[in-house]
Structures are given as structure tokens and as C-alpha cells.
Design a protein around this ligand. Sequence first.
Ligand code: NAP
Length: 285
Amino acid sequence: MAQLIDGKKIAENLQQETAAQVAELAAKNIHPGLVVLLVGENPASQIYVRNKERTAKKIGIHSEVKRYPETITEAELIAEIDYFNKADEFHGILVQLPLPAHINEEKVLLAINPLKDVDGFHPMNMGRLFAGMPHTIPCTPYGIMKMFEVHEIPLAGKQAVVIGRSNIVGKPMAILLLEADATVTLTHSKTEDLANVASKADILVVAIGKGHFVTKEFIKPGAVVIDVGMNRNEEGKLIGDVKFDEVEPIAGYITPVPGGVGPMTITMLMQQTVECCKRQVLEHK
Ligand code: NAP
């Protein structure tokens, strides 16, 4: 039976550490600030933003949500970003994705000051990560690396397989594992014989967005299985990309859904807001 990686608990501990840092900064009259820009009424985005607000408040980070109608133009949104790029009270800027179809996501991401890009999605920060000079790091893979750290899971020399190659999860995950000296295979929808490739993995990270896609055939006995997926089944229940009941008896470690990767993502967002604040205020960059 696998050991459970309790993301909720790890996240709570990390949030306490971040709250202590915030309190230390407050004693110096420095107050980390995060602004979240939310366009339209996407129900999932509303939930994510509410969770971010709640967590920021708990940690003591000053956070504001700016809501814009679905009809806002690209130029208007970029002008808003530009305003927050210059606003000293905000050290982190997050534009909640997805954006309405008439707004070019790429242009919007490029408009964010990379020093305030707490999501780590700006190409400058992606490039820095790729070059081994990270500034901010996409929060989901960053949170997964923290889980490995907390459980002292060795990565050096291990076979790591990542399923899914999105810019926000799969690609940066592969780079982080590579930086930690794992031997990395990055797979996707065109990968042939995926179950066979996955079954060689000591570390398997799954981020595809297909409920219960990964079955026991994908798993090497004793493997560390990280499930990033968040899907709704027919009953509306939140399920992962991994068929937990089938995989758990074989794996060495496994993350649950919910209560696994999700709480880590939001925690790393808060931590990066504090890190950005420290750099901007204490190091003037
Ligand atoms: P995405 O942008 O849709 O990317 C999905 C990736 O999975 C693509 O690279 C795609 O391959 C690959 N894929 C799709 N079907 C596949 C298949 N049958 N076999 C192999 N690969 C397949 O998704 P994402 O944004 O990375 O998110 C993935 C999942 O993680 C979603 O459920 C999302 O909700 C969840 N998520 C959770 C968190 C969290 O904090 N817990 C954060 C972010 C995302 P191609 O490139 O070839 O199309």
C-alpha cells in the first residue's frame, strides 16, 4: 500500500511558514500585496479566485480582486496591467485564465512585469527556468517539488515520466525534475505505447485532464505517483487523472484528489508573492 502524500497538510505547514515571514515583514512596515485580475463570470475561475483571496487573508497578504466585464477589450485589460505594474503596493500580479476568446492570452501575459509575475507564466520567467536561473516558477510544478522535498523522495538518477506537456504544468515539471538530476521523459497525446513508457517511471507525474485515465498498467511497483488532474465525473465529484483505488496498492507514494496537488499550488502562489515582495522592497528588483 502506498504512502499518502498529504498535500493539504504540507500546504498548511508551508502557509504557516509564509505567514511568519509576512509577520516579520510587517514589523518592518513591509506588506506583501497581490492583485488578481478576473475577467468575466467563468464559474471555475470564480472558485479559484475566492480560494486565493481566502488563503491570502489567512496568511496576512494584502490581496485585491479586480473584476472586469466579459466585454473588456484587450487594450483596456493591458492598460489595467500596466497600472498595476507601476503600483508599489502590489508585488504580485495574477491574471486569472482562461480569458474570453477576443483577448489574446499571449499579449496579456507579456504585458505583466516579469518581476511581479507570481504565476511564473511570463516567457521571461519560463526562459529563466529553462536556463537554470529561475525567478518565479509555475506554482503547480513548484508545489510538487516541495512535496518531494518534504517526503525526502530521492530524484537524482531516477527515471521520471511526466504525462502532459502544457506550459503551466508538464513542461516546467520536466525542467524542474531535470534540474534535480532525474532522467526525464516528457510524454503527450501522440506518445506511442504510453502505458509502457509510464511503467518504467520511478516518479510519475500525471497532468492531462482526463478522469481516471492512468490505470495499474501504467505503474511500476513502488513508483511515486503525483496526480495533478482535476476532473468532474458523471456525479459531479472531483476526481484525478489517476484511478486511485487501482494504483494505490501498487505505488510507493501517491497524492489524493482532492487534497493533493491543489492546495500546494495556491500555497506556492502565496510564497512567491512574499518572495517577489522581498526582492522588490529589500533588493530593489
Ligand atoms: P492542458 O493544457 O489541457 O494539457 C493537457 C496535456 O495532456 C497536453 O499536453 C496533452 O497532450 C496531454 N494529453 C491529453 N490527452 C492525453 C492522452 N490521452 N495521453 C497522453 N497525453 C494526453 O492541461 P493542463 O492545464 O496541464 O492541466 C491538466 C490537468 O491538471 C487538468 O485536469 C487541470 O484541471 C489540472 N490542473 C490542476 C492544477 C492543480 O493545482 N491541482 C493546476 C493546473 C492544472 P498534447 O499536448 O499532445 O495535446
